[in-house]
Design a protein around this ligand. Sequence first.
Ligand code: PLP
Length: 391
Amino acid sequence: MREHYLDNSATTRPSEAALTAMTEAAADWGNPSSVHSLGNAAAKRLADCRNTVARSLGLPRFSQDRLIFTSCGTESNNIAMLGCARAKKRNPDHPGTIVISAGEHPSIDGPASLLEKEGYSLVRVPTSGGVLDLDFLTDALANADSPVIFAGFMLVNNETGALYDVKKAFSLVKAKFPDAVTHCDAVQGYMKTPFTPASLGADTLTVSAHKIHAPRGAAALYLSAETIKRKNVVAVMPGGGQEGGWRSGTENLCCIAAFAAAAEEGRVHLAENLEKVTELRRYLDERLAALEIPQNRPSSGIPHIASIVVPKMRSETVLNALSGKGVYVSAGSACSAHSKKKSAALEAFGVSPDAADSTLRVSLSHTNEREDVDALADGLCEILRTLQKKR
Ligand code: PLP
């Protein structure tokens, strides 16, 4: 049976270049912190990888900004937020306010909820229809009961594909609270829409390798020079002092090398990959419309993610039936598929509980072809026909 992988927002198939880079780095097995020649060779490879990933984010060659490698996007998001919370001596009665969007990934919402339990105020900005409510944000900033120390907005929502106006949101935050750290979880926007940390106004920013055709095991956290200079974020992973002390632990050079290779490929081919996915999405929309399958469509979104509703069917049932046909999608987001919780992102979008139960996420990559979309649409058509016969 031919497989049709349409779950690229969960993870992606590693590219040939990424796998080759990984194998080469594995053979060059020195520890980058060792000071003999084997270690020096590994340190050189690590530095090259850092430059490559930095270039993919549009960072100037000799900037004082930092790019640190971590193990995953979740770790990068946690280091940024917890590092900000721990950065300054805080008033225990009013330690500060954290602002995030409603429907952030659990790796942002989780640490934010943790800090809320410690006494921080937490504000979630509504995202109805896939749009950050900037009027709500303006009011929240005006009425905050303590200074905003951290504002975390994702660039692209992992369940709906909504592309948020984080630039505008961050500028509103900075106008009122210049010392607040503006953090962008750009995991789902990386290599899907052009941006740099500066173009978004992000002080700190997260990207993850396994969403861009590298294997799991590496990610990056960008920290602006100004944020470091003002000590608005501090290191929260003490240990051997790797990654400039920001993230102790011997670097996973194999996965970092694969990450860099995928980042370079993605950077070079960004425009053509985007064009291909845009065309595939047009075709997907056409086929879904013919089957009268509606979508939870954000007013502004990337073409890679389609949140589709198969009415009157539970998403797990459809997902399993499609899987039996070799078509792989996910219900809501793969990251929360094992928790019984309702999808906060779909709820924040305004999807009714019934429609959320019937929602599937189809996520495209430039590695997909029309035949993958056909396999999905034909599979859905058969599933709907079988259902009609049963009724
Ligand atoms: N942020 C977003 C928006 C995501 O979609 C994900 C993963 O799906 C993450 C963060 C976490 O990334 P990782 O899987 O590398 O921990």
